[in-house]
Design a binder for this molecule. Structure first.
Ligand SMILES: *Cc1c(COP(=O)(O)O)cnc(C)c1O
Length: 410
């Protein structure tokens, strides 16, 4: 079997995916209503032009610098390092980006592309509201009309983010169908795009969706890994030995990992949300517990029932509570280049507290999943080695959840 071969021999692999049809190995593609195929083709062509257009790239970098606040620091976590007494631990500080997480890197890239394509109107869907806020932010900045679809249940749970989006000038449309959550909001956004494809650009917030979205999100997030590489070289004169990042749809993780994939000496680990435990029904550990299927326009792994219905995921962290995973991660899992593990709610909440007390950084609960894996990883590391963790976001947005959790323990 060809993938057995690639599995045993990732040392000679290259990772220049996707192929022309938008596949990462067996995963990816464009599973959308036929009427959207021309729109995806137009998007791909415009994106490839932008990618090779010096002026576009210079402008994108300039906005990341002057508006988002890049480059973000690579912080040596001295007390966490001392706590474990092994390899040096560094945090890549995406929590210091404008709006408090990495999502804005991708939102900036896609809104600039929308402008270049002459689109006037932006749509997006959001679950926990973080992608909605990032999208509303860049639309305000660039003067674009912005419509965000959100399930009624999510709007109730994430009222503050609804208020933020409205304050930023976005129209938030309530979705009352199905379970009134993310997948229903996604269906509505796709319906809107089908109807208004002439003047509307659909911004997808993670490394998911039909081709070319997973590739675009990766390319707009790889700045995380590119900066890490040069910052670590300046600080330590060496490459990292281990990379860690949490996985929702997979955009912050692929952003960190991508520039390092072809160096076989680096151990790369993606951390999924185990929820109440990856072997329970209450989990969001898609690669650990899911199977092949099609969701949100591409073939990948997903959590599903035996008859192929999407299973409702669960995690204490709203940003990891997603039943799918980007197709590039599915391929990196399949080819065994990247290890995928799961951390449950309790372990993540412990890491939130440890990082706050030892580093003066309150991480997002999503990020804390990656940090929590240090418990398992650090005993295997040695002095002189380096671990880089992507600090994907700050925990301020999670304070209500964190307070409730801590107060229930005392
Ligand atoms: C949205 C989010 C994530 C998960 O999304 P990815 O696309 O997997 O990166 C992780 N961390 C934070 C802080 C987020 O806001």
């Amino acid at each position: 079997m060809p993938d057995q071969q690639s599995a045993s021999d990732h040392k000679n692999q290259t990772y220049t995916f996707p192929d022309e049809r938008g596949y990462f190995g067996k995963f990816g593609g464009k599973y959308v209503p036929e009427i959207l195929i021309p729109a995806l083709e137009e998007l791909e062509e415009s994106y490839l032009n932008a990618k090779n257009d010096k002026a576009f790239q210079v402008n994108y970098r300039k906005i990341l610098q002057k508006y988002v606040g890049r480059e973000t620091p690579l912080t040596f976590a001295s007390r966490l390092t001392k706590h474990y007494g092994r390899a040096k631990i560094f945090l890549k500080r995406e929590d210091l980006c404008h709006t408090g997480a990495h999502k804005i890197n991708n939102a900036v890239g896609q809104v600039l592309l929308a402008q270049k394509m002459g689109k006037k109107r932006i749509i997006a869907e959001t679950g926990a509201g973080q992608h909605g806020v990032a999208t509303a932010t860049v639309c305000a900045k660039f003067g674009m009309e912005c419509v965000i679809y959100m399930g009624a249940e999510d709007m109730r749970r994430q009222k503050l983010n609804v208020d933020r989006m409205r304050l930023l000038g976005a129209e938030v449309l309530q979705v009352d169908s199905g379970s009134r959550t993310l997948k229903d909001a996604t269906n509505e956004a796709i319906r809107d795009w089908v109807t208004n494809v002439e003047d509307t650009f659909y911004i997808i917030g993670s490394a998911v969706g039909p081709h070319p979205y997973p590739m675009m999100a990766r390319d707009f997030q790889r700045i995380i890994g590119d900066e890490t590489k040069s910052q670590l070289w300046t600080a330590e004169k060496k490459s990292p030995d281990y990379l860690l990042a949490c996985l929702g749809g997979g955009s912050n993780a692929i952003g960190l990992f991508y520039p390092f994939l072809e160096d076989p000496d680096i151990r790369i680990i993606g951390v999924e949300a185990g929820g109440l435990g990856k072997d329970t029904d209450k989990t969001a550990a898609t690669l650990s517990k899911g199977s092949h299927g099609v969701l949100h326009g591409s073939r990948s792994f997903l959590l599903q029932t035996e008859d192929g219905q999407v299973r409702l995921p669960y995690s204490i962290s709203a940003g990891l509570d997603y039943p799918g995973i980007g197709p590039e991660h599915a391929h990196l899992f399949d080819s065994e280049r990247v290890e995928y593990v799961a951390v449950d709610d309790k372990e993540a909440m412990k890491a939130v507290q440890l990082t706050s007390k030892l580093e003066g950084i309150i991480p997002a609960i999503e990020t804390a999943h990656a940090i929590a894996w240090l418990e398992k990883l650090m005993p295997d590391t040695e002095k002189g080695e380096i671990v880089v963790i992507n600090c994907s976001g700050r925990g301020d947005k999670d304070m209500a959840t964190i307070s409730k959790y801590l107060n229930s323990k005392t």
